[in-house]
Design a protein around this ligand. Structure first.
Ligand code: SAM
Length: 368
């Protein structure tokens, strides 16, 4: 008997509408607003749908096995196409760009893309806030090249300090020590601040919350504890597996007293807490228990150029068809503006028994 789960992910993945291109393109004014008055300020870009980890909550082996059909190279947006779209999004108000995946450092020569994006400025003349989320498996080798290409800061994922727990979470037997070596290399290269993401899954790694806090206290690195989310269709999500962020804060506070800190900017995803003794800060991302849809300013660009206006969207908009279909930047900008103006998504606020059955896109494809 095999416990292989077969889910028709490819069908979900290819669901995309050809975007409408307004006949009279209006020029972007840097202040695109959606149907709920939310700005378009952040763009997350999945540069590859491949990953060398098989985290049980993201790319479980039972689905992403040797038979899984990852996208062929020709389907991926080229670096030039990505940079062209980023310029369009920046014209609409995007200031922050995050490269993700899949594992972004697996994309060949990703530092060349970083250099191209680092050269893009907002209409006001400021460089983009450019960052990247990585599992750090290749970071020790790539940190200097990334910094030299213009990357300023980085987020590393690490789901525990205990080697056996972490190896079980990534499911490819990857050791904690190598992630820590990647973090050290990033620090030496001058990438700062370094944020460390820990997905908390009750019963799997929640005993690692306090050890993670203890390890990174006083280092200047900021651990962010993320509630296990119901993204995708393959991770077997159940509400019972979610440990509410309030509980994360309570547990850390018992050992290392905390106090709340205000947000850095409106729409910040993490709620910030600092150690009362000056040992630095942590963040909690409570996407399940305290949804933050009301000021969500994020758009996501999939590996093959589909625009998703929500992490939990069921369909995307095929911007690659416009790029490769001879449309000019003005038309693509008008199309993006039109799409954003109609955006009304607020999945996390509506999450319920009804939404549980909806088809969703895998995080590795849409970009975490
Ligand atoms: N491979 C890179 C990495 O490991 O950071 C980037 C992609 S990964 C999808 C981005 C982030 O999403 C990681 O921090 C990961 O832990 C988080 N993530 C993936 N699946 C998740 C889920 N079901 N709930 C919450 N966070 C999740």
């Amino acid at each position: 008997m095999t416990d292989r789960v077969v889910i028709p992910i490819a069908e979900h993945r290819y669901d995309a509408a050809l975007p409408h291109v307004p006949a009279q393109p209006a020029a972007p004014d840097g202040l695109a607003l959606d149907a709920r008055g939310r700005r378009l300020q952040d763009l997350r870009i999945s540069v590859t749908d491949r990953c060398n980890f098989r985290c049980t909550y993201c790319m479980p082996k039972s689905v992403f096995d040797k038979d899984y059909a990852f996208l062929p190279h020709a389907s991926l947006l080229s670096f030039e196409e990505i940079a062209r779209l980023v310029r369009v999004f920046v014209a609409h108000g995007v200031e922050k760009v995050r490269l993700t995946g899949g594992e972004p450092l697996l994309r060949k020569d990703v530092e060349r893309l970083v250099a191209m994006l680092a050269a893009i400025h907002t209409p006001g003349g400021t460089p983009l806030d450019l960052t990247l989320t990585t599992n750090a498996s290749l970071l020790a080798r790539k940190a200097v090249a990334l910094r030299e290409a213009g990357l300023r800061r980085i987020t590393v994922s690490l789901d525990g300090m205990d080697d056996a727990v972490f190896r079980a979470m990534n499911d490819v037997d990857f050791p904690v020590a190598d992630v820590l070596a990647g973090i050290a290399a990033a620090e030496r290269a001058g990438l700062a601040p370094i944020k460390v993401n820990m997905v908390v899954k009750r019963g799997a790694n929640d005993a690692q919350i306090v050890p993670m806090a203890a390890h990174f206290r006083g280092t200047g690195h900021i651990v962010r504890f993320i509630e296990f989310m119901d993204v995708g269709a393959s991770n077997g999500w159940r509400m019972d597996d979610v440990l509410p962020s309030a509980e994360v804060v309570r547990r850390i506070h018992e050992t290392f007293p905390l106090e709340p800190v205000g947000a850095n900017y409106p729409g910040e995803v993490a709620q910030r807490w600092r150690y009362r003794d000056g040992g630095g800060e942590i963040g909690v991302i409570s996407s399940v228990t305290q949804p933050f849809c009301s000021d969500c300013s994020r758009a996501r660009l999939s590996t093959e150029g589909r625009l998703y206006t929500c992490l939990f969207a069921t369909a995307g908009h095929d911007l690659r068809a416009l790029l490769r279909g001879g449309f000019d930047d003005e038309q693509i900008a008008a199309s993006v503006g039109h799409l954003w103006s109609r955006r009304a998504d607020r999945y996390s606020e509506l999450r319920s028994a009804q939404t549980a059955g909806l088809r969703r896109i895998e995080m590795s494809y849409i970009g975490g």
